[in-house]
Ligand binder design. Structure first.
Ligand SMILES: Nc1ncnc2c1ncn2[C@@H]1O[C@H](COP(=O)(O)OP(=O)(O)OP(=O)(O)O)[C@@H](O)[C@H]1O
Length: 347
């Protein structure tokens, strides 16, 4: 297995409170696989990725438990994590402008990243930089090496960021909301770039997104996060066809129509996410769940297997694993299938 995250917990402490942003999270990514982590704002998606990258800033933030194994090495205890992070694992963020240096040319930034991690001559690095810019679809790549970040459009900058991420030849890319700030046409182009990267380089992708359309189009498996925990995980086809947790059901029901603006934050279900600094006696979703009963408010459900490869954290599902009790929520099946059809996954 390429990446194995096991029982990961990450906390932020201030003088008055402790927020457990990631709570006992476990998942894997195989070589060449694309796994999506989905959930609304504040669910812990980004902090999971930042924990993998070693970018949670002490002293306020700290990984407090669990392990992160990458290519067999424990990233939390390895002596020289930079050897792996930033080279074998690369992260691409939502806002390229904050990750690119405005006063250095794209060529300089690409080749410096490459030469820092791999022993390439200046000329070799330049040749590779041109190849990477071509791979991500930047026309006239050799000339564009001399351009500065502000001379690129938003979509082109995101392509440059992907090229930067690829410059060290990573086995895994963590892509955090990389299409969120872009308009729909450009979003589609960036997803095509990621597709090309996967096919041509075989890079695995951990795709963090709130957009289920992106999930359907790109991911083989999905993990749904809520309140810092994993609440459901399954193959993409399985999750869309037969969600087992009411939160996932709500997410699917709220999938924006194809002609709507997908850059809007996902606010699918009435109510607000739980306060992660307060202990929760029962299911974290209970306060917003149309199906909640007494047990849901008093005892936390465990993440249990509902069928092979499909896990859900829900008392209802544990009692009725066929999911029949969830049926009847208007229109959800149709909407979910429309998204899958849009992504070319079903006829
Ligand atoms: N530096 C920080 N200090 C304190 N709390 C933080 C910090 N970073 C994140 N958190 C908290 O951790 C929780 C999870 O945040 P995270 O950014 O992972 O959510 P997310 O699902 O990625 O949402 P978004 O899409 O808005 O980034 C939130 O409650 C957030 O307030």
């Amino acid at each position: 297995m390429l990446l194995e995250v096991e029982n990961l917990s990450t906390e932020f402490r201030t003088r008055s409170r402790t927020v457990r942003a990631v709570d006992d999270v476990s998942f894997t990514v195989a070589e060449g696989e694309t796994v999506a982590v989905v959930g609304e704002s504040g669910s812990g998606k980004s902090v999971t990725a930042l924990s993998i990258m070693g970018l949670v800033q002490a002293p306020a933030g700290r990984v407090t438990g669990g392990s992160i194994r990458f290519e067999g090495e424990d990233l939390l205890s390895v002596k020289d994590p930079r050897r792996i992070r930033g080279s074998r694992v690369a992260m691409v963020f939502q806002d390229p402008m904050s990750s690119l240096n405005p006063v250095l040319t794209i060529g300089r930034q690409l080749t410096e990243a490459m030469r820092a991690h791999r022993s390439l001559s200046r000329e070799e690095a330049r040749t590779r930089a041109v190849e990477l810019l071509q791979l991500v679809g930047i026309p006239d790549a050799a000339t564009r090496l001399r351009s500065y970040p502000h001379q690129f459009s938003g979509g082109m900058r995101q392509r440059v960021m992907i090229a930067m991420g690829l410059s060290c030849d990573p086995a895994l890319i963590l892509a955090d909301e990389i299409t969120t700030a872009l308009d729909v046409t450009i979003q589609a182009q960036i997803l095509e770039v990621l597709d090309r990267v996967r096919t041509e380089l075989g890079t695995a992708v951990l795709l963090i997104t709130h957009d289920l359309g992106v999930v359907a189009r790109m991911a083989e498996r999905v993990t749904v996060m809520y309140g810092g925990q994993i609440v459901e995980t399954a193959t993409t086809a399985d999750l869309f066809a037969a969600p087992r947790m009411p939160y996932t059901w709500g997410l699917l029901a709220s999938v924006p129509r194809l002609d709507s603006d997908r850059s809007q934050p996902l606010v699918p279900i009435e109510g607000t996410p739980p306060d992660l600094s307060q202990p929760q006696p029962g299911c974290r979703f209970a306060a917003r769940c149309a199906f909640a009963r007494e047990i849901c408010r008093t005892r936390p459900p465990a993440l249990e297997v509902v069928r092979p490869g499909h896990l859900a954290r829900c008392w209802g599902t544990q009692e009725h694993p066929d999911g029949g009790w969830l049926r009847g929520v208007d229109g959800t099946d149709r909407e979910a299938l429309a998204v899958l059809a849009d992504a070319g996954k079903v006829a």
